[in-house]
Design a protein around this ligand. Sequence first.
Ligand SMILES: *[C@@H]1O[C@H](CO)[C@@H](O)[C@H](O)[C@H]1NC(C)=O
Ligand SMILES: *[C@@H]1O[C@H](CO)[C@@H](O)[C@H](O)[C@H]1NC(C)=O
Ligand SMILES: *[C@@H]1O[C@H](CO)[C@@H](O)[C@H](O)[C@H]1NC(C)=O
Ligand SMILES: *[C@@H]1O[C@H](CO)[C@@H](O)[C@H](O)[C@H]1NC(C)=O
Ligand SMILES: *[C@@H]1O[C@H](CO)[C@@H](O)[C@H](O)[C@H]1NC(C)=O
Length: 587
Amino acid sequence: MEVLNLFTMLGTIHGLLVVSAILSLANGSGHSTKPNIVIILIDDMGMNDVSFHGSNQILTPNIDALAYNGILLNKHYVPNLCTPSRATLLTGKYPIHTGMQHFVIITDEPWSLPQRERLMPELFREAGYSTHLVGKWHLGFWRKDLTPTMRGFDHHFGYYNGYIDYYDHEVRMLDRNYSAGLDFRRDLEPCPEANGTYATEAFTSEAKRIIEQHDKSKPLFMVLSHLAVHTGNEDNPMQAPEEEVAKFPHIKDPKRRTYAGMISSLDKSVAQTIGALKDNGMLNNSIILLYSDNGAPTVGIHSNAGSNFPYRGQKESPWEGGIRSAGALWSPLLKEQGYVSNQAIHAIDWLPTLAGAAGVSLPQDLQLDGINLWPSLSGNEEPKPRTMIHVLDDVFGYSSYMRDSLKYVNGSSFNGQYDQWLGELESNEDDPLSEKYGQHVLASEVQRILGNRGLTEDRIRQMRSEATQECPLVEGQDPQDPKFICDPLKAHCFFDLAKDPCERFNLATLYPRQLQELADEVEQIRRTAIPSARVPISDSRADPAYHNGNWEWWNNTETGSSAGTCSLHLLTMILSIIGLVYRYCFE
Ligand SMILES: *[C@@H]1O[C@H](CO)[C@@H](O)[C@H](O)[C@H]1NC(C)=O
Ligand SMILES: *[C@@H]1O[C@H](CO)[C@@H](O)[C@H](O)[C@H]1NC(C)=O
Ligand SMILES: *[C@@H]1O[C@H](CO)[C@@H](O)[C@H](O)[C@H]1NC(C)=O
Ligand SMILES: *[C@@H]1O[C@H](CO)[C@@H](O)[C@H](O)[C@H]1NC(C)=O
Ligand SMILES: *[C@@H]1O[C@H](CO)[C@@H](O)[C@H](O)[C@H]1NC(C)=O
């Protein structure tokens, strides 16, 4: 009798749940209420390579219009390298807490973002989102169950490695004795059909197709993860459509000119992607986040002639040039729009922030490092002080840490090769259109799509100047004075970014006690780090020669994938609900 009562009660509860689920689906005449989330991730673009930070050399009117109408993220921090940066976005955790703190996944290395991590697409999918990755993954593919569609994305169109050729989509590992291989897929199937299409255009078309065909009763979660402006293969690194490169005759260096063409194509893509959201009635309920995964590599490995100037260093270095990233957030759901944010934000924050904005409840046990900044961004609140570990790589042996405006650097990468101020632009290479910069932005496609929201040339001028970093020298201070010089390979250094954002005045000898405090804090953080997950082995079984000329998983062992367990749970739950409802209705 009691057992029967329990069943009846459970049945009632489940019945109500089912009814409310049906009601919530029907709500809004089939339109989802959760906001669509589109993350436009750019690869290896420098802070000084969008025009909203003040450069007149390469104009990016569409990207700029997005920033001026939304929030221009002026203190946006990221890990200094591709794989760690992408792992951070998708987990909401520092690389030291996922094992991704050391280096990138080289094509033939058998490791990945550990499977125990639950990723943003998986969490959003559970909340009803349809989830898509277009473009780069770079979080491991040596086993099939590590690839994007096995890790929370309903759909993937793109590549697994760090870069591909922009046109034939092959990866050629010149330092190994491997065949060239195609690294381009639609879900799990190789996709040679796109051969010949410039990567930025191929990804943009796919993003448009996804938006057009999207079931509007569900919210959309899409990461549009561009190849641009990373280099292609070493034998042909700089690739851009000729008509785009031709727009930059004012740039003399041919490499930088091609880079400008890559940026220009990307700027067009941003307009097309936002246009598709508009045309499909989705824009007014969307959140668009755009940023570069890390600073530009001006020189050295994969150098693309990008510029982080006047910030120090570049990609894969401990300096601001490697970890400050150009970024913008746009949404009609933001209460305050059209301002420059000086809130320090880190890529760890996007998972809780976007979940907060979308009302996606996150499991308690995720152990996120990031915080939900949506309320403070939306309200344009006074910036909160933040503590951030930027780099802690005990294999290469360097660290970079920030407590509010105080910064600590110990050790460096590549023997200090990237410790300089790199990528200063020629002074006489302004785009002639920059004379009417404000008008140029107001005439952009993105401005037209977003509609006039009261943005004026004056407002543009003001926001742009707030977001332009100048580091003029103060009278009586000489950065060449030996006491200010930082050689982090010899001794750890200490900067005050509030006064010295360009990291020219090492205060270590002046404030040894504060320096030691920061060093102690890094030691505390080090205790929370887990070992690097990297497996630095060249596994020749990855050679595309063994995989029909494709880059493909080369180990077919499947570990008990959490996705499988999860859908089994779901199935059991659904069956038990059906059983109980049946019992409730017919017994
Ligand atoms: C490179 O490939 C060639 C042709 O398959 C083979 O003969 C040679 O032994 C390989 N060399 C190395 C170092 O693996
Ligand atoms: C791509 O097309 C080019 C030109 O037609 C051809 O030479 C190349 O083999 C193709 N590559 C792939 C991976 O299909
Ligand atoms: C968004 O636009 C669509 C199509 O134009 C319209 O049906 C819907 O009511 C709008 N929603 C909001 C929240 O403004
Ligand atoms: C600074 O670097 C030295 C040399 O690599 C290392 O022994 C020390 O632990 C580092 N300190 C911190 C706080 O990272
Ligand atoms: C595949 O990977 C598993 C570990 O995930 C390992 O135990 C096994 O030896 C690997 N098999 C091959 C053929 O490399």
